[in-house]
Design a protein around this ligand. Structure first.
Ligand SMILES: [Zn+2]
Length: 160
């Protein structure tokens, strides 16, 4: 008797698009968890203005989305950012990572460093624009209205 083999990791495999309940009873996007890419350049942070039709539309957050079956958080974060912007994600070096684990579902923020804060054009229909913000402005009344998920994790991420 041998145990049933585990499913092979397959980047680009089964889509993780769908809602999932975590152990805390929240409903989250991403059957296998989700991941996002936080791009920093010095004291600047690149944020995505989310399309009005999207979940929490009109707020500012980081590009990201559902992980595919067997896809690493880093691969998912880079893939989603590349789908939603013209950013060359392959050249960005990871400097930190934050996992918000809810039990049965997690959101991984992959922090990368960009050389220069160049303008970033949008791709796909999930964004209105990308814009660089001074990090100290985020979460203050002077700053943009943040996506609730990003707003909740930003104080911990900014301290990394
Ligand atoms: Zn949760």
């Amino acid at each position: 008797m041998t145990a049933a083999p585990l499913p092979e990791p397959s980047p680009g495999g089964a889509s993780g698009d769908g809602w999932q309940y975590c152990a805390q009873g929240h409903k989250h996007w991403g059957l296998y968890g989700a991941a996002g890419l936080l791009v920093r350049s010095g004291d600047l942070v690149l944020l995505q203005h989310r399309a009005l039709w999207s979940h929490h539309g009109g707020t500012w957050g980081i590009p990201g989305g559902a992980r595919h079956l067997g896809e690493s958080a880093e691969a998912a974060a880079r893939r989603e950012a590349a789908e939603e912007s013209a950013l060359d994600t392959g050249t960005l070096v990871e400097t930190a990572r934050f996992v918000d684990d809810h039990g049965g579902w997690s959101y991984t923020t992959v922090v990368v460093q960009a050389g220069e804060a160049r303008p970033v054009e949008i791709r796909g229909g999930e964004s209105v624009e990308f814009r660089w913000f001074a990090a100290p402005l985020l979460g203050t009344s002077e700053g943009p209205e943040l996506h609730p998920g990003f707003a909740a994790t930003w104080p911990r991420i900014s301290a990394l």
